[in-house]
Write a protein that binds this ligand. Structure first.
Ligand SMILES: [Zn+2]
Length: 436
């Protein structure tokens, strides 16, 4: 073997292959390779096989020096010498290139990493590799399913979060379709997703889950929807249920918004416009009181004085702030006192929306108070939701739930990506770290 082919093989880095030639095309590098094995037994009878012929097949590999690479593998066909053997000829196999694949194993894994870990569009990755969309998507499915289904990916979970995200917008054929995500609240990773957001959907998922794993779950944090709460029985009936603080505050925010829109309509006879006093302060009102500066507070009071003749919106704002106060204290007794005050205050209110808020809070009283003992919050999963949205955006929307689930789990599911060797860094001479 000459030095030149030795160099070429070192660069190729595929065990068991030799490089026969490298050709440079304008858009790619073409590397012709073949395997070195010359003594092979028949898989059926074990008699030593005879070389029959070679068939070139074309495969994509990782890019080389920034150029897409095409491997031309002169794949050997073997023939059995034994005349009585039913096996006539067969082609050689290699774990680096799986049968009927257009892309090497390592390039497929890299494509899967680009799409999964980095949330890049399949079409972009496909263009870079010089293959079609489905070749990359199939690599994502093959490698990704293996990584997502790995038994070590989801360990024991004590605090579980359940939250919904919209999956498909409503159209002529269906309503808005939702999917639910299950989050490990301590590791901040997505465990799984299932279609739907009803009690039945959650029950269906838990009925398939491992019983010992379910028994290890101590706390489940959800939003204030009845479906998830009732979906926890029977398989997760033992857990402490927590109403997620983010969603509790959101219920109060929505109550305030509802009152503002109604008062707006009653006083001015139309929906909010840019210069309407209440419309102008709608965002200030949703900001926490402690985060308002003097100017903001004055603007809000002025808007309320002008646009809120019966102090109904003000009442909604005060109710919202008292709900937020629940989370200012870390002591559960204090939180209990505050919550009971809010519930009693809302029940006596003249405004229907506030009375309804009080009823919701009363219905969820144990779950709201459980936060102070468990500190379980979907806060981390709301952060995860941003990552989920990133996947959704990069896919320009999904039609198949299975693809969506796979890509979300690859991006946010705590995948143990195969380690890449980290080369020593070559430092810049004029970097601030050098002594020059
Ligand atoms: Zn044979």
């Amino acid at each position: 073997m000459s030095d030149a082919t030795g160099l070429a093989e070192a660069m190729l880095g595929l065990d068991g292959f030799v490089v026969l030639g490298v050709r440079e095309d304008p858009a790619e590098l073409v590397i012709t390779i073949e395997t070195t094995a010359d003594v092979v037994g028949c898989g059926s009878c074990g008699v030593r096989a005879q070389a029959h012929d070679r068939m070139p097949i074309q495969i994509r590999d990782l890019a080389c020096f920034g150029r897409p690479t095409r491997l031309v593998w002169r794949k050997r066909r073997w023939r059995c010498r034994e005349e009585l053997c039913p096996v006539r000829t067969w082609t050689e196999m290699n774990p680096a290139v799986l049968a009927r694949q257009l892309i090497t194993w390592r390039a497929g894994l890299e494509a899967c990493r680009q799409v999964g870990e980095l949330a890049r569009p399949v079409s972009t990755v496909a263009a870079e590799f010089g293959v079609c969309w489905w070749t990359v998507m199939n690599a994502v499915i093959d490698h990704g399913t293996r990584l997502v289904d790995h038994p070590d990916r989801v360990g024991p979970v004590t605090q579980l979060g359940v939250d919904e995200t919209s999956f498909l917008a409503a159209n002529r054929d269906h309503h808005t379709m939702y999917v639910s995500g299950l989050v490990d609240l301590s590791r901040h990773t997505m465990i799984d997703m299932f279609p739907g957001n009803s009690a039945r959907d959650l029950r269906k998922w838990t009925s398939k889950a491992d019983k010992a794993w379910l028994a290890g779950v101590e706390v489940v944090a959800t939003d204030l929807t009845e479906s998830y709460r009732s979906g926890l029985t029977p398989h997760l009936a033992h857990v402490t249920r927590v109403a997620d603080p983010f969603h509790v505050v959101r219920v109060a925010n929505r109550c305030l918004d509802k009152i503002r829109r109604r008062v707006q309509n009653e006083t001015l006879g139309h929906r909010g416009r840019r210069d309407d006093p209440l419309f102008k302060i709608r965002k200030i009102m949703l900001t926490g009181a402690e985060r308002l500066d003097d100017r903001g507070r004055e603007r809000m009071l002025l808007g309320l004085r002008v646009g809120d003749p019966n102090d109904e919106v003000l009442g909604g704002w005060l109710a919202k702030e008292s709900v937020r106060d629940l989370y200012l204290t870390a002591i559960s007794d204090e939180a209990e006192l505050l919550l009971d005050k809010v519930i009693a205050g809302c029940a006596d209110d003249d405004v229907a929306e506030i009375r309804s808020l009080g009823k919701t809070l009363a219905r969820w009283r144990p779950e709201i108070l459980a936060y102070h003992d468990t500190r379980a919050s979907n806060g981390p999963s709301e952060g995860l939701n941003l990552c989920v949205k990133k996947v959704k955006r990069c896919g320009h929307g999904f039609r198949r739930f299975e693809h969506y689930r796979l890509r979300v789990l690859l991006h946010t599911g705590g995948i143990d990506w195969p380690a890449r060797p980290r080369p020593p860094r070559i430092r810049s001479r004029c970097s601030p770290h050098s002594n020059a």
